[in-house]
Design a protein around this ligand. Sequence first.
Ligand SMILES: Nc1ncnc2c1ncn2[C@@H]1O[C@H](COP(=O)(O)OP(=O)(O)OP(=O)(O)O)[C@@H](O)[C@H]1O
Length: 250
Amino acid sequence: MEILTVRNLGKIYKGALAYEALSDINLKIQEGEFVGIMGPSGSGKTTFLNMVSTIDRPTSGEVRIGGADPYGMPQDLLAVFRRRELGFIFQSYNLLHTLTVKENIMLPLVLEGIDPAVMNRLAQEMSDKLGISSILGKRTYEISGGQAQKTAIARALIHKPKLVLADEPTGNLDSKAARDVMEMLESRNREEQVTMLLVTHDPIAASYCHRVVFMNDGRLFNEIYCGDSRNAFYQKILNTLSVLGVNNER
Ligand SMILES: Nc1ncnc2c1ncn2[C@@H]1O[C@H](COP(=O)(O)OP(=O)(O)OP(=O)(O)O)[C@@H](O)[C@H]1O
């Protein structure tokens, strides 16, 4: 089943000087896929993610999520659709500092008015899977960056969204914590077929994906698939980045 269908997507930022940030993007993502987006700085990755996440409107083209047209919805329905069907993971975690780790994780369920006993059980199950049960009572300023990102992942997944969108989820982490976070995402994808779309500059993070789509100058440049070997995939990612002139020192 197709979870995301993007057809002929274009975005022109209008200002003193109009700027075409996306041009004629076509992309399909099947249920259970784990797809990375890479490309040089300014190539349109975040703009693309913002169009898919319905944070910003495309100038042309179509976006379908699980068959639904989010841009055809009135604002109030769109807000509910985004909350129910999408999960977000950001580079800066975006946790609420007045809440505990557990309260942050339960937030999407609180907004849906789920029974507290059910919320507690789901939060416990999710944090067991992500290995953060021991920090559930802590405040967000008492935990490490890696733990904060795992908390954000738990929050993004707890309501079982159709599509999880991640923007540089390892961008603020050291290489050990980054691997840990990618292993978490990979295991949630493998075990529960969570469909994920991830923007990253990090070729190691991208190598956990099934497929990496490369952008250049607002267009899709190329896509490559992971075969049997993650190491060979990593090398292919590095090669494509070097063709695009991206320096990927970490
Ligand atoms: N609100 C805006 N108004 C005008 N131009 C914009 C706006 N947002 C982004 N752009 C331009 O659109 C292009 C694509 O930007 P975008 O942030 O999508 O790139 P990116 O690939 O995510 O870059 P990076 O890897 O540096 O985050 C850039 O040239 C940028 O300057």
